[in-house]
Write a protein that binds this ligand. Structure first.
Ligand SMILES: [Zn+2]
Length: 242
């Protein structure tokens, strides 16, 4: 299944997304921006502008999926009805993901023999999946927030000082030379602690509106994220996971 066209539409958003800026942390979307119509002829809400405090997948009356004219302008945060903040309750996000996946599962609609609704279910499912993946992990979420701020992190944009690179190289060598699960778990714990401290710093930078600082931190965090990927790869090879 190709998600590329949808992703291109769904995430080409800074200008439109700005309208969705939330008031405060767990705030709500500007309700006037989220408007759609139910197109079911016998629905009591037919042709009534449905405005909602969050992304609206289906008609509140007849549950028919809505073909939203402004689908392309929703941020990943709006899809999940949460504030546009770096700090995300990932447990709640996972729970909501499961609920939406069930509600929007294309097979449910395919059984109704309704081509249009099935196709909408597919679009919404893809949007939910893409949004979830961009919000779940701190690094991707931070990069996405930078994009929304009109400050995407470009390759090579942030100068990384030699001392930092030497430190990263050292950890990389430790990972490469690890010969046992015991060697590796020590390195993994240490690296996870480093990542955790970066998450805290990035969070603070975003909260305080220090976007440039957030960007520098994210550029560095990427290195430790890559190390963690390599650790997981090697853990898999050692039979420690999966
Ligand atoms: Zn309806």
């Amino acid at each position: 299944m190709s998600l590329a066209p949808l992703r291109r539409i769904a995430f080409r958003l800074p200008a439109a997304a700005a309208r969705f800026k939330r008031e405060g942390g767990g705030g709500r979307a500007a309700s006037s921006s989220v408007v759609a119509n139910c197109d079911r002829s016998e629905c009591p809400l037919k042709s009534e502008a449905l405005s909602a405090e969050r992304f609206l997948f289906s008609c509140p009356s007849c549950r028919r999926l809505i073909d939203h004219p402004e689908m392309s302008s929703f941020t990943c945060f709006a899809v999940f009805g949460i504030g546009r903040d770096f700090d995300v309750d990932t447990k709640a996000l996972k729970k909501e993901m499961k609920t939406l996946q069930t509600a929007l599962h294309p097979d449910k609609f395919a059984m109704l023999d309704d081509v249009e609704q099935t196709s909408l279910a597919e679009s919404w499912s893809s949007l939910v999946n893409d949004s979830y993946n961009r919000l779940l992990r701190p690094l991707e979420r931070a990069q996405y927030l930078l994009e929304l701020q009109g400050q995407p992190l470009a390759e090579g944009e942030i100068q990384i000082e030699p001392g930092f690179l030497a430190e990263v190289m050292e950890v990389n060598e430790e990972v490469a030379e690890a010969e046992s699960p015991a060697d590796l778990s020590g390195i993994s714990e240490a690296n996870k602690a480093v990542l955790k401290s970066y998450v805290a710093k990035v969070s603070k930078a975003f909260r305080e509106g220090r976007i440039r600082d957030a960007k520098v931190l994210v550029a560095r965090m990427k290195y430790f994220n890559t190390i963690q990927d390599k650790i997981v790869e090697k853990e898999t090879a050692f039979g420690m996971v999966g």
